[in-house]
Design a binder for this molecule. Structure first.
Ligand code: NAD
Ligand code: UFG
Length: 337
């Protein structure tokens, strides 16, 4: 079976291509390289021994996307391509709605025209906003407080409505908690442009000497040590969650949504300490004011995925930090360097 993977050169998409390949599914990558290096293809080949087909294309180009669907003879789309910087989305909302929402709607139109009726969509735990209860299950109310989050909420609604209108259509929305880690080979990982917004890449860059100190955004939250708590999930576990969801639903119709998390929360301090142990370095940190828009704590109720898909996260916190450290020391400036 062949599937088109939009954004397949990116952090989560590339790891999912490996998981698909390992499950006997052939990924065809469609990516505009706006946030990825062409060298990811070489790294994928090093890991799998196979050169994946790659189409340099933009999901906003409806004609090119439709041609790619027809020529690549795929039966499903795994849709990772998106812009993902929360802060940037508040400054450039139209850019985000255009690239993430409008382009996805155009993609769905093309899929319908080509009679391709299966999509796996990258959603996010951001759709839950400030939690009303913990752990967060899939029935928790959804909302957003920034344009990036709204783009995920809107697209979940679009997929839900499309599945009602088109009884042949099947959509899976996977709500990721906090993806971290790197491929265990050390050949693939996350290399954000500029100063990282997210905790794990910031810690990794501090450990390798690219940043001076980690700022902890608030130590007065109502959490175990006062610092923010999140459900960090290893990117390889996350990748396998996509395969499990697709294999389970590939003969189904309708709209399906799952949390992909571990069910366990770690604080910022616990993350810094775990990384220090992996790197055998004392990572400098300082307490800084809370970051606007941050919540104190979230972690998943991941039992639906376990019960229905037979999937659960197996990698430990030290797997996450060891693998990130291996990747960071192999490629301190990313694949382009
Ligand atoms: P990423 O930036 O590493 O990967 C996204 C890929 O999409 C990149 O390779 C980029 O070049 C490509 N892309 C972007 N716009 C495109 C377009 N118009 N046409 C074609 N390709 C385009 O991001 P990621 O962390 O791998 O995220 C993948 C998906 O998961 C995104 O939808 C993101 O919103 C979602 N998500 C990510 C996180 C996270 O913390 N990383 C959390 C929740 C959800
Ligand atoms: N943090 C710091 N210092 C930093 C960066 C982060 O203390 O330099 C703290 C944050 O305050 C938070 C925790 O580390 O308590 C995690 O922050 P991240 O920025 O790594 O992750 P978020 O939970 O804020 O957001 C991430 C993604 C969003 C996604 C959300 C839910 O960035 O896109 O998870 O999936 F929507």
């Amino acid at each position: 079976m062949r599937v088109l993977v939009t954004g397949g050169m990116g952090y989560i998409g590339s790891h999912t291509c490996i998981a698909l390949y390992n499950a006997g599914i052939t990924p065809i990558i469609y990516d505009n390289l706006s946030n990825a290096s062409i060298r990811v293809l070489d790294q994928l080949e090093k890991v799998t021994g196979s050169r994946f087909e790659f189409i340099l294309g933009d999901i906003q180009d409806q004609q090119q996307f439709k041609l790619a669907l027809m020529q690549s003879k795929v039966s499903a789309v795994f849709h990772f391509a998106a812009l993902k910087a929360v802060g940037e989305s508040t400054q450039q909302p139209l850019y985000y709605y255009q690239n993430n929402v409008s382009a996805t709607i155009a993609m769905l139109q093309s899929m319908q025209q080509c009679n391709i009726n299966h999509i796996v969509f990258s959603s996010s735990a951001t759709v839950y906003g400030e939690p009303e209860y913990l752990p967060i299950d899939e029935a928790h109310p959804i909302r957003a407080n920034n344009p990036y989050g709204w783009s995920k909420v809107m697209l979940e609604q679009v997929l839900h409505d499309l599945c009602i209108a088109n009884p042949q259509f099947m959509a899976i929305a996977l709500r990721y908690f906090n993806p971290v880690g790197a491929h265990e080979s050390g050949w693939l990982g996350e290399s954000p442009n500029g100063i990282p917004n997210n905790l794990m890449p910031f810690i990794a860059q501090t450990a390798v000497g690219k940043r001076n100190v980690v700022s902890i955004y608030g130590d007065d939250y109502a959490t175990k040590d006062g610092t923010g708590v999140r459900d960090y999930i290893h990117v390889q576990d996350l990748a396998k969650g996509h395969v499990a969801a697709f294999m389970h639903h590939k003969h189904d119709t309708g709209y399906h949504r799952y949390n992909l998390g571990t069910g366990r929360g770690y604080s910022v301090l616990e993350m810094i300490n775990a990384f220090s142990a992996s790197a055998n370095i004392t990572i400098p940190y300082k307490i800084a004011p809370r970051r606007t828009g941050d919540i104190a704590c979230n972690y998943a109720d991941a039992t639906k995925a376990q019960q229905k898909l037979g999937w659960y996260a197996v990698k430990t916190l030290s797997d996450m930090t060891n693998d990130t450290w291996r990747w960071q020391t192999n490629y301190p400036n990313g694949l382009e360097s």
